[in-house]
Design a protein around this ligand. Structure first.
Ligand SMILES: [Zn+2]
Ligand SMILES: [Zn+2]
Length: 278
């Protein structure tokens, strides 16, 4: 298969794709999206990502516990139990990263948790999980997929505290918020910037991405979320990795370069990030 693009972040492990997964993968391959990195958000979805990857050569996996799922949990697992479970999964040959992990202070309206609040305890749980999982990634020399929403100062504090030189080129700010401080921090630490379909909505995101050097960018869809335009206006949900070329073309136009250059450089970046030799 001819790999032009890599979708570095798509949740093909989510229920939303149970009936369509094979078709979506096939369509994506046709569009030149030859490799997918599927991140977990909890133990269940991490395990499911591995199950899917076992059946498809083009799928790689990130395992991890998303900040949302570090508190109010249904299971009675302690953090140490969760880390032990992740450590059992991490040696699977398709696991290339820990993710998605991080911090999130955004108040979501649509969550499965009742009375969703960002309490100090919740934020502390997020920080503890984030730190423990960064250490796990380092122990096994895996890449890091960092999710960060409205927590710039806190996440930078944690990265500073846990920093080691091996994290250069092996870390990504997935769906990076448009923020100059994050960009200069990423530049100083060789952290990649993940860009999604929301860049096509214009505004702040698009002027931010225009400033990010191509050598720092990796493409992601965050499928089934963040459907790019014009598909969003056309309500062609859900988002799938087959839409990566739309994001790439938008970036090419934004930067006044050819889409082939966007493909070539972002694919090279993604391979370095996840240590993929394909
Ligand atoms: Zn995320
Ligand atoms: Zn995600």
């Amino acid at each position: 298969m001819n790999t032009t693009f890599i979708d570095t972040h798509c949740h093909l492990n989510f229920k939303r794709f149970n009936k369509t997964r094979e078709q979506v993968i096939k369509e994506s391959h046709k569009k030149g999206v030859g490799i997918f990195v599927v991140p977990g958000t909890d133990l269940f979805s991490s395990l499911k990502a591995i199950e899917i990857a076992k059946q498809d050569d083009s799928i790689y996996v990130a395992i991890g516990i998303h900040p949302h799922h570090t508190f109010n949990k249904e299971a009675s697992n302690t953090m140490q139990d969760d880390m032990n479970e992740l450590e059992k999964l991490i040696t699977h040959p398709k696991v290339v990263a820990i993710g998605e992990i991080g911090l999130d202070k955004h108040m979501y309206e649509d969550t499965k948790y009742e009375n969703y609040q960002i309490s100090d305890e919740f934020l502390n749980a997020q920080k503890e999980y984030c730190i423990a999982q960064i250490r796990l990634a380092r122990k096994y020399d895996k890449a890091l997929i960092l999710h960060n929403r409205e927590t710039k100062t806190e996440i930078i504090d944690i990265i500073n505290q846990e920093w080691c030189e091996e994290m250069r080129f092996r870390t990504v700010f997935h769906c990076c918020e448009p923020d100059e401080d994050l960009l200069s921090y990423a530049q100083a630490h060789d952290i990649y910037i993940g860009v999604d379909g929301d860049v096509t909505y214009g505004g702040e995101k698009s002027s931010f991405i225009k400033k990010v050097p191509l050598t720092m960018l990796v493409l992601e869809t965050d499928s089934p979320f963040l459907l790019p335009e014009p598909l969003k206006t056309q309500r062609l949900y859900p988002n799938t990795p087959a839409n990566i070329p739309i994001i790439a073309q938008y970036i090419a136009d934004l930067k006044g370069i050819r889409v082939e250059e966007v493909a070539e450089v972002t694919t090279k970046n993604a391979k370095r990030l996840f240590n993929l030799n394909k």
